[in-house]
Design a protein around this ligand. Sequence first.
Ligand SMILES: Cc1cc2nc3c(=O)[nH]c(=O)nc-3n(C[C@H](O)[C@H](O)[C@H](O)COP(=O)(O)OP(=O)(O)OC[C@H]3O[C@@H](n4cnc5c(N)ncnc54)[C@H](O)[C@@H]3O)c2cc1C
Length: 379
Amino acid sequence: MDVIVVGAGVGGLAVSRVLLAAGHRVRVFEQAPSRRTGGKAVLIWSNGNAILDDLGISLDGVGARIDRIDALSSRGRLRTTMNIAHAADRYGFPTKAIPRRHLLERLADGLPADMIQYGVACRGVTQDDERVTATLADGSTVIADLLIGADGHHSVVRRTLWGEGTVQPATFGTWQGLSPIAIDITDTTRHLMISGREGACGLMPAGKGLLQWWFDVRWAPTDPRPAAPLADLRRRFGHWVSPVPEVLAAASDDDLEFFGHHWNKVRPVWGEGRITLVGDAAHTMPPTLGQGANQTLEDAWVLGRELAEGGDLVERLRAYEKARYPHINLVSRLAKRNPANWRTPPMLARLFPETMQTAMLARFSNRLTAAAQGAAAAR
Ligand SMILES: Cc1cc2nc3c(=O)[nH]c(=O)nc-3n(C[C@H](O)[C@H](O)[C@H](O)COP(=O)(O)OP(=O)(O)OC[C@H]3O[C@@H](n4cnc5c(N)ncnc54)[C@H](O)[C@@H]3O)c2cc1C
């Protein structure tokens, strides 16, 4: 097949790898002038890591392994511990925190140099029973059998299919940074989540002496940007348990990046005809479960599996969306409830086993569910 992919982020690169490996002709149009080299770190859980492995991508040598997540109160009381190493043992793939730049490098590694056209935005898409047509920013058109909208949160492809206004602001926003801050967790496999009245703070080793740190605060799109954001964070969070004050003291305004959280209700059928979506284009959600990129990889994996079945293309695309729906809908609804900001009392938290995340990951994932079903069938 002749395939157009709009967007060369996590989803566009992953789906291109899958389709090229299946022998299709792939052309990718990316509005940015070159591959993104910025961005902070993302968590790649066992499910995302398993899919990367299926795509021939190893995360060896980049990022940091995360084996445990401790949730604390702002005064330092332990709320919960998540044993993440347990999921690594169960599924064979560890959870890692990876600077986004490295994830994109590894996803792009080995792709044909002329496959991605940078600096070319897609302005709209149309289709008939035989073909799909993308209109590019210079007014030219390209035609293919299949078009995949991997164009993220502000997706033009989604807006063409669904109309405007389907992605809404959520209640929090994140100030984040990735910098070489030498506190005791930077060179460990331990991730800290601290929550209190003022919001939440996450601290996560990201490899090579880097610490990913973020602060979630209540936010509305009409809020003015603070004149001195770091001073504002120090005022709000500076009295929290160590190492929060140390992180705030070591951070600089240049490190800071802000993202307002957004969410859309996932649709059971998100594509139409010869057009489908992957990643944030189909399911924008707050980063509160750290699953966005992982779910985007799940999309690419399932789409590849469904297309490999052969037969009617339009039916295969709808089968892909149907297979993804129960998993992504669960993740999306949970992410919207903002677990990063829950202030679960330790007494209540003790009722949940430390290894609970292992089972949750399987519920989040088509890939891990399929592996478990395959193993059960083989027994
Ligand atoms: C603060 C924050 C922290 C996060 N942390 C995590 C985490 O720990 N773990 C995790 O799994 N996920 C995390 N995520 C979510 C994750 O970043 C996204 O889910 C993931 O990047 C989605 O990939 P995508 O390919 O759909 O979109 P993107 O990565 O946004 O890529 C979309 C691409 O499409 C391009 N594009 C857009 N419009 C057009 C157009 N009209 N024409 C051509 N190209 C276009 C863009 O330039 C971009 O390159 C986080 C997100 C945020 C905001």
